[in-house]
Design a protein around this ligand. Structure first.
Ligand code: ADP
Ligand code: MG
Length: 256
């Protein structure tokens, strides 16, 4: 088991406080959803936890070791970040892009059988094998999103940190991606996802962290995290939790 933790983490950008007083401890083998309004600090928190942004004060640590002191190559082997606005306007084949997920493992001798097997497995899991030789630029947004998931999987990470991975996927592919995250968590991977779809967060995750204004407003199992009071304070909306045929549903009634 591995633990990602934040201790009194604070991020300031210029005069602005983006995150403050963040104390968290997240385990592998679970899906942790981070939700919260636009600008709450979700992406900033993920990049701190991925070791890509140094906090202004406090620490983000992997198994007690500050991420800032872990070598980038080791960090990249253990943690895969799926960014929110990936910059992949590249004229390369999907397979080539997915192979980049193996970069932290490839030594001087270049790609080996193990790397090819991992790439094949990642492509099968993300359901992208059918377009492995298509140029990424020509794929639809949803296909591209799945290729990026495959790139993250190719590194067989201990942690997958995915920033709004379901945005831009149609309902069927959202379900596929959700099932894939669940399988990964069941296999012991630590999955942290930011989501806007609150009903999906309830159905998908083992734990929901609600961020608002740079602080943790709630941190609970799905059954108790998204109370009407939390939703009002986080989003400024009146919403109720109901039970639909497919699971819990958040019904947003009005601003309030
Ligand atoms: P979220 O992912 O929850 O929408 P972000 O972490 O992207 O939120 O951003 C949190 C806040 O930090 C926002 O108000 C955003 O405008 C601000 N912010 C993020 N990056 C920068 C930056 N480089 N310079 C100034 N403000 C930033
Ligand atoms: Mg964001």
């Amino acid at each position: 088991m591995s633990i990602l933790s934040c201790t009194d983490l604070r991020v300031e950008i210029g005069p602005k406080v983006i995150l403050s007083g963040i104390d968290l401890s997240i385990e592998t083998g679970q899906i942790t959803a981070i939700v919260g309004p636009n600008g709450a600090g979700k992406s900033t928190l993920l990049s701190c936890v991925a070791g890509l942004r140094a906090p202004t004060s406090g620490t983000a640590a992997l198994d007690g070791v500050a991420l800032s002191s872990i070598k980038p190559r080791e960090r990249a082997r253990r943690l895969a970040l799926l960014p929110q606005t990936p910059d992949i306007a590249w004229s390369v084949e999907a397979r080539t892009l997915i192979e980049l997920g193996r970069t932290p493992f490839i030594g001087a001798r270049g790609q080996g059988d193990e790397d090819r097997v991992a790439v094949d497995r990642a492509m099968a899991a993300a359901n992208v094998a059918a377009f492995e030789h298509r140029i990424v630029d020509t794929l639809s947004g949803g296909e591209r999103a799945r290729v990026l998931i495959a790139r993250a999987l190719a590194g067989e990470p201990e942690w997958l940190l995915a920033d709004e991975p379901l945005t831009g996927l149609d309902p069927a592919h959202q379900l596929d991606a959700a099932a894939l995250f669940r399988r990964m968590a069941d296999e012991g991977v630590g999955v942290i996802v930011t989501l806007h779809d609150l009903s999906m967060a309830l159905r998908l995750s083992d734990r929901i962290i609600v961020l608002a204004d740079g602080s943790v407003l709630a941190d609970d199992p799905p059954a108790t995290a998204l109370t009407p009071e939390v939703l009002r304070r986080a989003y400024g909306v009146e919403a109720t939790l109901t039970q639909g045929p497919g699971g819990p549903l958040i019904d947003v009634i009005r601003r309030g």
